[in-house]
Ligand binder design. Structure first.
Ligand code: CUK
Ligand code: CUA
Length: 642
């Protein structure tokens, strides 16, 4: 996240110091912010559970991490967009299709944002969604199993940053393109033709109420701007989504001389209920474009990848009253809606104020046609007509805002490295606390919902510097937990994170635990290669392939001595874990195989493909310590010259 060139950054930092002094709050030493009872408030005794799950983006690791709060203990890393040899994700035959895209198998991506599913504007603990920022995709993790069960690619998009923000009843997750591009499949035009040929889209991905299945419902064609973030309306603003965007200059190089010339960029307000009406009326234009839709079947224990060929696109020119622009000071980044749905908070990352828009005023300005001209034929609402007010001199580099249950907002400031608490109604700054260092997103448990749980704010920081023992040039990235239950914010805890923790969402543990699944039932295993008992185990030859149907149970593999494989043949180990006890996975690895391990959950079947390159005898063993006789859980396979 580099918003500034070095020169500008330095200049801004100098400014930041000056302005903080003007505000009468000199930056304090790190000790000043720490709560006196921090240890008590974050101590979760051995054997006790944390109060919240915190689902956190793993940034450029491509994964999602799960922490307990308030302890900050890492509970799990869920592989999402990157291969994970530890769990065999992207290595087992069953999981490979999850990472398939229209560009083929991609083993890595960059995960920025988290969205927990909602019912009636409240977290329901069913799914968590995440975006892939590089090759545009959205993933769905099932909170019963903490597994990625679906990944859908977003066509006509590049740099899927403004995603996967969710509507109040999980009707849709959205995806706004960061880069405008020549639309279609790999259109080759001069970059200098940006203004004529480059466009953007925002996508609405429908979520099935019961199964959670995602489908790309429609896209809206947009001018050639860069979309940054988004939030859905709620309560009175239900039916709308607000997208922040920058580069309204439509520059093809974002050196600041080009991209930050204009005093104001935009927040784009989309009325998706209106869009649904236009779709019904047949206004959607079918565009041919390829994208993949990958699904993991938890009964078949296998993923399939389907290539889709077309998408419905709505053009605002043919659909009046569907899309509006609201001016927002310099390079908007965050765009957040308060719990009532009345207020929309924009954050110009080069601005010195925070504009707060009123949904009621937006509706009135639309009804009165109180426009300030158009932008690419889309009406621009008058800034003063839709503004509730501005928070004056709050800090420098405002990025993101979350909310508590008391009518307060918490905004992160990257440049002045602090969280500022302010009141939504009268826009008064109430408190500020330093972060270590350079906070990006922040999150309050339930902060994006209709009823935040409050209690904490978590800072997701961009720079760690001296916070932990040094670990060479690269330091672990860092999150910080603050108590917000009193008038003053108090620092409680630092905890290291994986990758870059762009954003996270916390949810009370019981909402997730009540649906938690402990095993896969062996009788429900519908994998075609499952061996549901030792009497089903066998070795079969199909042409050049050797299929080993194998079982694993404490503490042996069946079969455990395999001979007759010829060099040049491909071996498939289909391993079924017959255990039906919670927390008894078995692993499977073979010496010298150019692959990872399998980690097979109770009742599950997973397959390791192996092409031996040498003749000989190869040991295999269970990699997950499973019983006193774990070291006895082993076998041999013999490969002979043909
Ligand atoms: S973010 Cu992706 S660059 Cu403010 Cu959501 Cu960090
Ligand atoms: Cu099975 Cu160790």
């Amino acid at each position: 996240m580099k918003f500034f060139s070095h020169k500008t950054l330095l200049a801004t930092l100098v400014l930041a110091g000056a302005s903080l002094q003007m505000l009468g709050c000199k930056p304090k030493g790190p000790q000043a912010a720490i709560s006196g009872d921090a240890a008590l408030k974050t101590y979760v005794a051995p054997g006790k559970y944390d109060e919240f799950y915190d689902f956190v983006s793993g940034g450029f690791s491509g994964q999602m991490s799960v922490y307990g709060l308030p302890s900050g203990r890492l509970l799990r890393v869920i592989p999402v967009f990157s291969v994970d040899p530890e769990k065999g994700y992207g290595y087992s035959e069953e999981s490979k299709a999850m990472l398939n895209t229209s560009n083929g198998f991609i083993p890595w991506d960059d995960l920025h944002h988290i969205a927990l599913s909602e019912t009636d504007g409240l977290h329901d603990g069913r799914w968590v969604f995440a975006n892939a920022n590089n090759t545009p995709r959205i993933a769905r993790v099932d909170l019963k199993t903490f597994r990625t069960v679906e990944i859908i690619e977003i066509p006509n998009s590049a740099g899927n940053h403004s995603s996967p923000f969710i509507t109040e009843n999980s009707e849709y997750v959205v995806a706004g393109t960061r880069f405008s591009i020549p639309l279609g499949d790999h259109t080759d035009v001069p970059i200098s033709s940006y203004k004529q040929n480059f466009k953007g889209t925002v996508s609405f991905i429908n979520i099935d109420k019961n199964s959670g299945e995602m489908n790309l419902a429609f896209q809206i064609l947009t001018p050639g701007v860069n979309f940054d973030l988004a939030r859905a309306g709620k309560g009175k603003s239900h039916g709308w989504v607000f997208f922040s965007c920058y580069n309204s200059e439509k520059a093809n190089t974002l050196l600041e001389v080009n991209a930050s010339q204009k005093d104001k960029d935009f927040i784009m307000a989309v009325n998706w209920k209106k869009a649904e009406e236009y779709l019904k009326a047949g206004k959607g234009v079918k565009k041919t474009v390829k994208y993949t839709h990958n699904q993991y079947d938890e009964k078949k224990h296998s993923a399939t990848s389907t290539t889709m060929n077309e998408v419905l696109v709505l053009d605002p020119k043919d659909c009046p009253d569907m899309v509006y622009f609201m001016p927002c000071p310099k390079s908007p980044h965050g765009c957040d809606t308060d719990p009532t749905g009345e207020y929309i908070v924009g954050s110009g990352k080069l601005a010195a104020t925070i504009p707060v828009f009123s949904f009621t005023k937006i509706q009135k300005a639309i009804a009165d046609k109180n426009f300030d001209g158009t932008y690419d034929d889309i009406p621009v609402l008058k800034y003063d007509a839709v503004l509730h007010g501005e928070v004056q001199k709050p800090g420098l580099g405002p990025l993101h805002t979350e909310f508590d249950d008391q009518g307060n907002a918490y905004t992160s400031f990257f440049v002045s490295s602090e969280i500022v608490k302010w009141n939504i109604k009268d826009l008064k700054v109430l408190d500020r606390v330093p972060t270590y260092y350079s906070i990006g997103h922040l999150s309050v448990p339930g902060g994006p919902t209709r009823k935040p749980w409050g209690k904490y704010v978590i800072a997701y920081n961009k720079i760690t510097k001296d916070r932990y023992l040094p670990t060479g040039p690269e330091l672990s990235q860092s999150a910080q937990l603050y108590d917000i239950s009193g008038d003053k914010m108090k620092l409680l805890l630092d905890f290291p994170t994986i990758g870059e923790p762009h954003y996270g969402e916390a949810i009370p543990a019981e909402l997730v635990m009540k649906n938690s699944q402990k095993i896969y039932k062996i009788e429900e295993n519908a994998h075609p290669a499952a061996a549901k008992g030792d009497n089903y185990t066998r070795v079969e030859r199909k042409g050049n392939e050797v299929h080993v149907y194998m079982t694993a149970i404490r503490s042996h593999f069946t079969p455990d001595n395999i001979e007759g494989v010829k060099l040049g043949e491909t071996v498939y180990f289909h391993v079924t874990n017959l255990e039906q006890d919670w927390d008894i996975p078995h692993g499977f690895a073979i010496k010298g195989a150019n692959n990872a391990e399998l980690l097979i959950m109770p009742g599950e079947t997973q397959t390791l493909k192996w092409v031996p390159e040498k003749a000989g005898v190869f040991p295999f063993y269970c990699t997950d310590f499973c019983s006193a006789l774990h070291q006895e859980m082993q076998g041999y396979i013999r490969v002979s010259a043909p």
